[in-house]
Design a protein around this ligand. Structure first.
Ligand SMILES: NC(=O)c1ccc[n+]([C@@H]2O[C@H](COP(=O)([O-])OP(=O)(O)OC[C@H]3O[C@@H](n4cnc5c(N)ncnc54)[C@H](OP(=O)(O)O)[C@@H]3O)[C@@H](O)[C@H]2O)c1
Length: 312
């Protein structure tokens, strides 16, 4: 089958569309014909070699964590069912014609939603739900600050924050003001603004991760901050320490979503609360271009890799 591969760590150009064996399907697993996968920051870092000690020297390596597609065979799903889901933490390879998936990491995708567009949502959508609903317990009427609001997670978090009844302030680059307003943000502020002047919030969602202390100080009494990224070892140290100590604890998590969460995401799309936000759809043959585009910055939602159009 066709898959996105790389044979050495390096710049986006190391990526290519190549041929690998179809996956073996372990007992109890579901074989999914992938229509599309998204490009996530973690895999860009993996491909670059910055975490090669973690990923090891075996090649070729694969990319893609989440996907949308249709069931070929397996328990619990009729063949042809449109589904979305993710691979277990640490496993890559959804940018390929087929994936074999544990059905506990899979759910039917929203009725009527095109599966290539749908692929923009499973990873970042479940991250936004975990952050705002499960970690921050965001309530109607609360003031929410979303840092990195035009990116993959941020563009869903702005929509979800509104759906949960919050007043949403989006921190974004000046170029993206109109974009995040269209997503529903009540206020839009340039992310270069000194955080000391940003006001008070009940919930801060930080998808960028530098100087987390400066953003934690924006919390009012009872406020909650959720971090999903860090830029330096010092930032990570701060997040971990403040997850344990201090009156306003920062919640930090690494997602590994399961069926119930994917099903919640489906319900949110079907109710009209959120929609996938696609920056660009790249064919599988241009997977390098997709990584280059995400690395260049200025993303609006998600870059998606279309597998089905090329492979029929
Ligand atoms: N913990 C988890 O479970 C989990 C899950 C998903 C993702 N993540 C991580 O979370 C991070 C965000 O993911 P994503 O998919 O949303 O990434 P993304 O699509 O690349 O978005 C990042 C956003 O940050 C903005 N940004 C750039 N410089 C900034 C600054 N100085 N201050 C504030 N914002 C700035 C970017 O805006 P411009 O490009 O316009 O400058 C962009 O909108 C990544 O590191 C990803 O690996 C973690």
């Amino acid at each position: 089958m066709r898959a996105a591969l790389f044979d050495r760590y390096g710049p986006p150009e190391v990526l290519y569309e190549g041929e690998v064996a179809e996956p073996e399907v372990p007992p109890g697993h579901v074989l999914v014909r992938v229509h599309a996968a998204s490009v996530n920051g973690g895999e860009v870092m993996g491909r670059s070699g910055r975490v090669k000690l973690l990923l090891g020297p075996r090649f070729p390596k694969r990319v893609g964590i989440d996907f949308a597609g249709e069931v070929v065979s397996g328990p619990g799903f009729a063949p042809g069912t449109p589904v979305w889901g993710g691979l277990p933490r640490g496993r890559f390879g959804s940018a390929a014609e087929y994936v074999a998936v544990d059905p506990r990491q899979l759910a039917p995708s929203p009725a009527g939603l095109d599966l290539v567009r749908a692929a923009a949502l499973p990873g970042v959508g479940t991250t936004a739900i975990t952050a705002l609903r499960d970690k921050a317990r965001l309530r109607p009427g609360e003031r929410l600050l979303v840092r990195g609001a035009s990116g993959g997670v941020g563009s869903v978090a702005v929509q979800l924050g509104k759906a949960y009844g919050a007043h949403v302030t989006a921190l974004t680059s000046g170029r993206a003001f109109d974009f995040v307003r269209e997503l529903g943000a009540d206020e839009v502020v340039d992310y270069r603004t000194d955080p000391a002047g940003l006001g008070r919030y009940d919930v801060v969602l930080d998808t960028y991760g530098s100087t987390p202390g400066a953003y934690r100080r924006l919390l009012g009494p009872g406020g909650r901050m959720v971090g999903i990224a860090f830029r330096s070892a010092a930032d990570l140290g701060y997040l971990l320490a403040s997850a344990v100590f201090g009156p306003r604890r920062v919640r930090f998590f690494s997602g590994n979503p399961k069926t119930a969460l994917f099903a919640d995401l489906t319900a949110l799309v079907e109710s009209g609360a959120i929609r996938p936000v696609v920056d660009t759809v790249h064919p599988l043959s241009r997977v390098a271009e997709a990584h280059r585009a995400l690395e260049a910055g200025g993303v609006r939602g998600k870059h998606v890799i279309d597998v089905i159009t090329a492979t029929g």
